[in-house]
Unconditional design. Structure first.
Length: 93
């Protein structure tokens, strides 16, 4: 999928940077449209969407675990420091 993205970015950069005019832009647009409508490209795009759909819950769980671990580390670090740091010192009213 990253190769397709790189090609798309390259084509966009060429179109934006070219002085060939509208005719060349139309040629590139038609080529991009025909490539996108190619059944092989659509099949790969569908497969990629399926992989993302399957992996998203796993990625979310990994992020949640990492966030809990980071929170625990910050909390334990704050408790270990005691009142030595300015942020953890309590000010009486």
């Amino acid at each position: 999928m990253s190769r397709l993205f790189a090609v798309a970015v390259g084509a966009a950069a060429y179109v934006l940077g070219t002085r060939a005019g509208r005719e060349r832009y139309d040629q590139i647009s038609d080529l991009a449209r025909s490539l996108w409508q190619d059944p092989r490209v659509q099949k790969k795009a569908s497969q990629a969407a399926g992989v993302v759909k399957d992996q998203a819950p796993k990625a979310g769980e990994h992020l949640a675990v990492a966030a809990r671990q980071a929170a625990a580390m910050v909390t334990s670090k704050g408790q270990d420091d005691g009142a030595h740091g300015a942020a953890s010192a309590r000010v009486q009213p």
